[in-house]
Design a protein. Structure first.
Length: 533
């Protein structure tokens, strides 16, 4: 039968870009408009029967297509046929496009379907966008539900419109939809809910968000928790504020930890104050043990001895590892001892105390500096071994013997002392063996005593390495050679002036204008022989 259609319908279909089809169910003849043929990329003679040849339909949509078709053809069924399957737009192996197919069933007096006609349009673009939106929505929901944060949206009346799984679980609900429609007054104690409502109303009125503040949530049962919350205005696409949304995270353990740390800090502060008081006492004791009066050598000097002494002691912390002693050895000799213990603080101060006690016991054997250092080393090594401690100290011992007119000296890993005469200054020579081992490392360590005549010697300077290890801006250390040069300059009036000059020159060299290690300087000046003698 020839296909006819009203002119107005033809214009409407042409404007909507839809094609039409007409299926005579009795004869099983089907007619397609040219637009449908163009949609599917087929000639009329090769176009299959859409409702019989289901290979044209994507396999994932095929069963649903057949089921819906069978339903609409049933006697007395709904006359409207509507489905959106994917169809192959070219021959076998071609692309698949989405189509919207609509049809109306014409029935006989007994309700049997005798004809069905309708339209078809390619909706691939729309479907693609819908799929992308669905995928985007799925990903967004997947993110919202799986981040370890409580996320929620509220309307202008502060009713929850959407919450994520974390938010629902946090408030004791199994399904996020159970929270929708509720307010904070349904979830929390009244005081907390009132404050939350006040904050949200302020956001609605001003549009100003509230960023990252810690609030305490109290549930009706009395359970307390702390959350870090950010609340923002919720705007529609036109920029109008229609509600609020927020993100919060559980920081209960953090807050409790901070509270615990604050309590611990207070206890530690109290304990630190007690320790500082004890350290202050230790510093006072250590300072009190430093020599303040020097021996008169020779002891029968009527107007003072030939030897005059001075020191500069600069600890960088309260308890230092440097110390020195000046003590008489008989009526005509003096021992000068300087020591630098490894490190700083309490451990070093303990070793200093040990060494002080040992040196006092060994004063009588100090006439031989090498033997003095050997006995001192043995005593310290034995103590450290019993205490299972690894510590050491360097030391330098000088005996100034006026009766024999000589210097005797020995080194335990310590820089050699500097002597100054009329021809300048130089280091005391340590010989081919060099300094002996540091104190406390080897119980059987031995130390060589060397000697030299005092003729021409005017001043003597002992020092610890804090004075020679300071660095300038280029990272270059001061070192012994510069210290010798400073001592070599024109003679100072007295040993006190010499020590002041040394300190001034070293500090001007240092980049930081300060010392980074304990500094100890011990100086001695040899006066002229009295005419009365």
């Amino acid at each position: 039968m020839p296909y006819r259609i009203d002119d107005r319908l033809e214009l409407a279909l042409r404007a909507s870009n839809e094609g039409i089809w007409d299926w005579n169910i009795g004869s099983d003849e089907i007619h397609y408009s040219g637009r449908i043929l163009r949609f599917l990329g087929r000639r009329r003679d090769e176009m299959p029967h859409l409702f019989r040849d289901t290979d044209l339909i994507h396999q994932d949509d095929r069963d649903e297509f057949v089921r819906r078709l069978e339903e609409v053809l049933q006697p007395g069924a709904d006359d409207l046929f509507a489905i959106e399957p994917r169809l192959q737009v070219t021959k076998r192996g071609g692309e698949w496009h989405w189509f919207r197919i609509r049809g109306v069933v014409v029935r006989d007096e007994e309700g049997q379907a005798i004809r069905m006609a309708g339209s078809m349009i390619d909706i691939t673009r729309r479907k693609t966008v819908e799929q992308e939106l669905l995928e985007e929505r799925h990903l967004m929901r997947l993110l919202i539900d799986n981040v370890p944060l409580n996320i929620y949206f509220k309307d202008s009346k502060s009713h929850f419109t959407l919450v994520n799984k974390s938010m629902a679980t946090w408030n004791g609900f199994g399904d996020p939809n159970e929270v929708v429609g509720k307010t904070d007054h349904d979830l929390f104690r009244e005081d907390h809910a009132d404050q939350a409502l006040k904050d949200e109303q302020q956001i609605l009125e001003t549009g100003n968000p509230i960023f990252g503040y810690v609030e305490k949530e109290t549930q009706p049962g009395g359970d307390e928790a702390w959350v870090l919350t950010t609340k923002m205005p919720l705007e529609d696409r036109g920029g109008e504020i229609i509600g609020t949304f927020g993100v919060s995270s559980d920081v209960t353990e953090l807050v409790r930890t901070q509270q615990s740390l604050a309590e611990t800090a207070a206890a530690l502060q109290q304990r630190n104050d007690e320790i500082e008081e004890e350290l202050s006492l230790a510093r006072e004791v250590q300072q009190a043990l430093l020599p303040h009066d020097y021996p008169i050598i020779p002891q029968d000097g009527q107007n003072g001895g030939r030897l005059s002494f001075a020191h500069r002691y600069i600890p960088i912390s309260g308890l230092a590892g440097d110390f020195f002693e000046v003590f008489p050895i008989g009526p005509n000799a003096a021992g000068l001892f300087i020591c630098d213990v490894m490190g700083h603080g309490v451990r070093s101060a303990i070793i200093v105390s040990m060494l002080r006690g040992l040196t006092e016991r060994l004063h009588q054997s100090a006439e031989d500096p090498g033997e003095f250092l050997s006995q001192l080393n043995g005593g310290l090594a034995a103590i450290l071994q019993k205490a299972d401690m690894t510590m050491f100290a360097t030391a330098f011992m000088v005996v100034v013997d006026l009766e024999k007119d000589e210097l005797r000296y020995a080194s335990a890993g310590h820089p050699a002392a500097i002597i100054r005469g009329v021809e300048g200054a130089s280091l005391l020579p340590l010989g081919g063996r060099g300094p002996g081992p540091a104190l406390g490392l080897f119980p059987e360590g031995t130390y060589e005593t060397r000697s030299m005549k005092m003729t021409g010697i005017q001043q003597l300077l002992l020092f610890t390495d804090g004075i020679i290890e300071v660095e300038n801006r280029e990272g270059e250390a001061f070192l012994q050679n510069r210290l010798v040069q400073v001592v070599s300059e024109e003679q100072c009036e007295g040993v006190e002036a010499l020590l002041d000059r040394v300190l001034a020159r070293v500090l001007s060299f240092a980049q930081s204008q300060r010392f980074d290690d304990d500094v100890c300087l011990l100086g001695m000046e040899i006066g002229e022989l009295s005419l009365e003698r």
